[in-house]
Design a protein around this ligand. Structure first.
Ligand SMILES: [Zn+2]
Length: 385
């Protein structure tokens, strides 16, 4: 490689000057190779840095054919000296999150013996492990990780010789290349890594695990660290505070308030069901028995009440075909149709095509929704059913 990696020597370097070795036109702009750079190229799960070279935005940084390539919108001249400036807010966030990930992966490895088998840094940090963890396990890992953050421990970067490496039990033991870079925190983690890290664990600030979902043979953990974790927790607090105010519950009791609300809704649902059944009892008296096609146009029925009404009509009034249309908004209906005499699969398609609807089912029963007026529905039904 032609480029000296300044980011490996000092992850806190925010600006630097370098000589342009090459600048070629690529598919997405210009590809610049420098004699040294503080721009981290995407790799090892860590996204690339952003920033500028002589004020020109660097859109991406990648390792291509063994060289670090800076993608710029405008060309630079080979031989010239350029000033590089790193978007350090973005970089420091990546440092906090990458170091936080190491702590969590290291603690999980120590406690459970699992390996980190997938790592992605997006809006949240995703880590896949080759073994399963309960949420309780995760909370223990999170507590230990945050204790290590509070102890403000040193993050060591070393390049041990081959003999030392052979003796060393570290994570990410993959290829046997030269200059294996070991990132470690005493008693917490030892890992081969080319990424940028904070100097001391205290700079990570907070480590918050967000979820642990079954993934392949193991588990996928989502987490955030640093300022991102603080912002996340502040957002969740505000949301919970608002929910608590709406529920008249103090912090930490929103779930209890929601459980109570759900109980109230269940009671109301069952009262509504009883009322609609009594309404159907009266309604049935007005329906004539044994018609070929019985069409009922209703309004604001509960979802399952539409089906109950169709079933009662079929059982008590014996029509050949029974269709119930339930208005849910202006010219918006849901429908449920049952037939003993017609093939509804074909008729349903015709009905949907004509009344801007969708849905389907079997030859005997179809359901769906459509956009039409009650008048249009009556006309269409007369012609199609
Ligand atoms: Zn790493």
């Amino acid at each position: 490689m032609k480029t000296r990696k300044l980011y490996e020597e000092d992850a806190y370097l925010k600006s630097f000057s370098a000589k342009v070795l090459e600048c070629t036109a690529g598919k997405k702009g210009y590809e610049v190779i420098l004699d040294e750079t503080a721009f981290y190229p995407e790799g090892g799960g860590q996204p690339s840095d952003r920033g500028t070279l002589n004020g020109i935005p660097v859109k991406d940084v990648r390792t291509k054919n063994g060289e670090i390539v800076h993608m710029t919108a405008e060309p630079l001249t080979a031989g010239e000296t350029v000033q590089g400036v790193i978007d350090f807010e973005r970089r420091f966030d990546l440092m906090q999150n990458h170091s936080g990930e190491h702590m969590v992966s290291g603690i999980i490895h120590n406690l459970f013996g699992y390996d980190n088998v997938g790592f992605h840094m997006g809006d949240v940090i995703q880590i896949d492990f080759n073994g399963s963890l309960t949420w309780e396990d995760c909370r223990k890992v999170e507590r230990l990780a945050n204790e290590a953050v509070q102890r403000n421990m040193e993050v060591h970067i070393d390049y041990p010789d081959q003999e030392t490496l052979d003796q060393l039990d570290y994570r990410s033991k993959k290829e046997l290349g030269e200059d294996i870079r070991i990132v470690s925190v005493d008693g917490i983690d030892i890992c081969a890594c080319c990424g940028t890290h904070v100097r001391k664990t205290g700079e990570i600030g907070i480590i918050k695990l967000l979820s642990a979902e079954k993934h392949k043979q193991g588990v996928r953990i989502e987490m955030v660290s640093g300022k991102r974790a603080y912002e996340y927790l502040a957002m969740v607090y505000d949301d919970n505070h608002e929910a608590g105010t709406l529920l008249s519950k103090p912090a930490g009791q929103s779930a209890e308030g929601i459980r109570h609300l759900q109980e109230v809704i269940r009671e109301k649902d069952s009262a509504l069901r009883e009322l609609s059944d009594r309404y159907f009892d009266l309604y049935m008296n007005t329906v004539e028995e044994g018609q070929d096609v019985l069409v009922l146009i209703e309004k604001n029925l509960q979802k399952n009440a539409v089906q109950r009404l169709v079933n009662r009509c079929v059982e008590e009034k014996h029509p050949g075909t029974c269709a119930v249309f339930n208005e849910t908004g202006e010219n918006r209906f849901t429908y449920f149709i049952v037939s003993r005499t017609q093939n509804l699969r074909e008729k349903g398609k015709e009905l949907n095509a004509r009344l801007r609807g969708k849905g389907g089912g079997s030859a005997e029963m179809i359901q769906g929704s459509l956009n039409a007026s009650a008048e249009e529905i009556r006309e269409a039904v007369k012609e199609i059913l």
